[in-house]
Design a protein around this ligand. Structure first.
Ligand SMILES: Cc1cc2nc3c(=O)[nH]c(=O)nc-3n(C[C@H](O)[C@H](O)[C@H](O)COP(=O)(O)O)c2cc1C
Ligand code: SF4
Ligand code: SF4
Length: 271
């Protein structure tokens, strides 16, 4: 069996989950591959078609934003459907979501976006890790560690179901009401988020990491100024990964000593 997972991960939680899943499948003697959907990965149309055709099961892994799918994954799912659909016969499809406190619509929205393509949602798993939104409150390491253990168990169950050809659909979670409220407000905030971003010229070293690593290509250096544009998916990567902590939100420079940045669960536990 071959499981190929397309993933988006702003700050490392989803990458951790998708990579763990890949290891679990491989440890059972099956094939598994991971494909980043970041703009920098430059997945071509031909590659996407070939990946889908070659795999027995296709996965989509992403964090939950506003109880829903982040814009970057929404756009990618539409692209995949446009490229492949409709497949001559249905193909097993799974979803891996990571979230901090409420995931209401991730799996159902994915299912809707894939409708008619032949990619049939057979299994999904929601893994609670931690909130990656600006770390004024650092993530509790002990709690995160426990959640990673539970997450691994869930990923093992997902793998077992896919290998056995069983379905594993849980339906809506109990957080649907809260999720619905969040979903009304967050998309607008995400769409405008790029307007809140900036660069502190006193601490920026012009290393260009933020420009190279932005998953949507939304950061450019124009003359002496960094410009953020509307394709931004509000992933928090630029803020969390700038080596000097120079990315500002609403003009505020957050001292990395006082406000530690989140660079993925393993990094967080090890530092
Ligand atoms: C813009 C934005 C919106 C978010 N909205 C939610 C949410 O509605 N519910 C939730 O549980 N977590 C939310 N989170 C937290 C992320 O889902 C969570 O930290 C996720 O594991 C991050 O994954 P990543 O490290 O792979 O980017 C949000 C994060 C961001 C950046
Ligand atoms: S990553 Fe940080 S230091 Fe490097 S160019 Fe961007 S803002 Fe400046
Ligand atoms: S500008 Fe920053 S927050 Fe927006 S998509 Fe790029 S890395 Fe993510």
């Amino acid at each position: 069996m071959k499981c190929s997972t397309f993933y988006f991960s702003g700050t490392g939680n989803t990458h951790w989950a998708a990579a763990e899943f890949t290891k679990i499948i491989q440890a059972q003697g099956h094939q598994a591959e991971l494909f980043s959907i970041d703009i920098g990965s430059q997945l071509s149309d031909e590659q996407i078609r070939a990946i889908v055709a070659d795999a027995d099961a296709i996965g989509f892994a992403n964090p939950i934003y506003g109880g829903d799918i982040p814009p970057i994954m929404r756009t990618f799912l539409s692209r995949v459907v446009g490229l492949i659909g409709p497949l001559p016969s249905p193909k097993t499809t799974y979803v891996i979501n990571t979230y901090g406190y409420v995931n209401a619509f991730g799996p159902t929205e994915t299912k809707k976006l894939l409708a008619g393509s032949g990619l049939t949602l057979s299994a999904y798993v929601n893994i609670q890790l931690c909130n990656n939104v600006t770390s004024s409150k650092p993530v509790d390491r002990a709690r995160l560690s426990k959640r990673m253990v539970r997450g691994r168990q869930e990923l093992h169950r997902l793998g077992d179901c896919l290998i056995a050809g069983h379905k594993r659909i849980k339906g809506h979670g109990p957080q649907l009401l809260v999720g619905a409220m969040i979903r009304k407000k967050v998309p607008e905030a995400i769409a405008k988020f790029y307007q809140t971003l900036g660069v502190d010229s006193a601490t920026c070293t012009r290393c260009m990491d933020c420009v190279k690593n932005c998953p949507t290509g939304s950061i450019r250096l124009r003359g002496q100024r960094f410009v953020f544009s509307s394709g931004c998916t509000a992933c928090m990567r630029c803020y969390n990964f700038c080596p000097t902590g120079a990315i500002t939100i609403d003009g505020a420079v957050a001292d990395p000593q006082k406000y530690p940045r989140f660079q993925g669960p393993e990094e967080w536990l090890n530092n």
